[in-house]
Design a protein around this ligand. Structure first.
Ligand SMILES: NC(=O)c1ccc[n+]([C@@H]2O[C@H](COP(=O)([O-])OP(=O)(O)OC[C@H]3O[C@@H](n4cnc5c(N)ncnc54)[C@H](OP(=O)(O)O)[C@@H]3O)[C@@H](O)[C@H]2O)c1
Length: 284
């Protein structure tokens, strides 16, 4: 039995959809906080079980009979370490033989502000003694959805990453990687650095938007303080603005790109090219 947590999330849905193409649906358990949001998953034939990271007893029940668990990191930043600890404890209690975790690129060494939760989770998983795989994801290209849409109106993508490169790919690439690690052999004890084959600069992102949309779009690089002010002025909460400015700092430092080739190897195909990712964002 393969359990996927966070299954009603954007990545979780893609994982479950890809998983049922590889294994019988009745061998898949989707854990969700709100089963009312999971009708599409139930329609695939998977078992939908209710589990809340904040209620450990629900996790223990949801993991009954599980061989493998994919822990998709929680979106509740600030609460993630105790939440993930509860998942790890429940996996241990259920006798899970393989625990996979969606982490962040270079979790153990990166300076990105999102990393400490992931690093702490990886350490807890190692300490648990459960055979593990760390799926250290880079950025989602979907993170640029709003910027791409706005760039058509303003003629510019604004950021503070300079000419840094980001190894972003669409969520589907990370979902397929998770499915490959869940269904393949020999992934225990590995930490995969998952990123685009060809990381891109924001100038190249702007060029791709311009090429595909037929509109004039350029990259405007601004100092971090100004970038933050623009994001807050556009209505983003302070903590989100801080996170995005910090991500651009990490991109400038090369911390969201990787030449490992791990993603390409896991999914057995080249990673989704930037033009394809941008075309998908422009369709939305
Ligand atoms: N690499 C990147 O660029 C990037 C960007 C954003 C986020 N992330 C990380 O990757 C994860 C997956 O991304 P995503 O796009 O799928 O995010 P998402 O759509 O926000 O999904 C997050 C999932 O976590 C679940 N969750 C949150 N709190 C929970 C709780 N207390 N108990 C049980 N489930 C809980 C949510 O449940 P509901 O469906 O009920 O809300 C949802 O299924 C995120 O949670 C975040 O840690 C990575």
């Amino acid at each position: 039995m393969i359990v996927v947590t966070g299954a009603t999330g954007q990545l979780g849905r893609l994982v479950v959809e890809a998983l049922v193409k590889k294994v019988p649906a009745d061998q898949v358990v989707a854990t969700v906080r709100d089963p009312q949001k999971a009708a599409d998953l139930a329609a695939l034939g998977v078992q939908v079980r209710t589990a809340d990271y904040n209620e450990p007893s629900t996790l223990v029940e949801a993991f009954a009979g599980a061989d493998k668990v994919l822990l998709i990191s929680s979106s509740e930043v600030g609460r993630r370490v105790p939440q993930h600890a509860a998942v790890i404890d429940a996996a241990k209690a259920a006798g899970v033989s393989h625990l996979l975790y969606t982490s962040v690129l270079y979790a153990d060494t990166t300076s990105i502000s999102l990393a400490p939760d992931h690093k702490a989770t990886e350490e807890l998983i190692r300490e648990s003694g459960i055979p593990f795989t760390f799926l250290r994801n880079s950025w989602y290209t979907e993170n640029y959805e709003q910027s791409v849409a706005q760039s058509l109106d303003f003629g510019a993508i604004v950021g503070s990453a300079g000419d840094g490169r980001v190894g972003g790919v669409p969520r589907i690439d990370y979902a397929e990687a998770a499915v490959a690690a869940l269904t393949g052999e020999g992934h225990e004890g590995k930490a995969y650095e998952l990123a685009a084959d060809e990381p891109f600069t924001y100038a190249e992102l702007a060029d791709a938007i311009a090429r595909i949309s037929g509109k004039t779009v350029a990259y405007q690089d601004v100092p971090a303080d100004q970038h933050r002010g623009i994001l807050v002025g556009a209505g983003l909460p302070d903590f989100v603005a801080d996170m995005l400015v910090d991500a651009d700092r990490a991109i400038a430092a090369g911390e969201l790109a990787s030449t490992s080739g791990d993603l390409r190897t896991l999914i057995g195909r080249p990673t989704t090219p930037l033009d394809e990712a941008v075309a998908a964002l422009l369709k939305n």
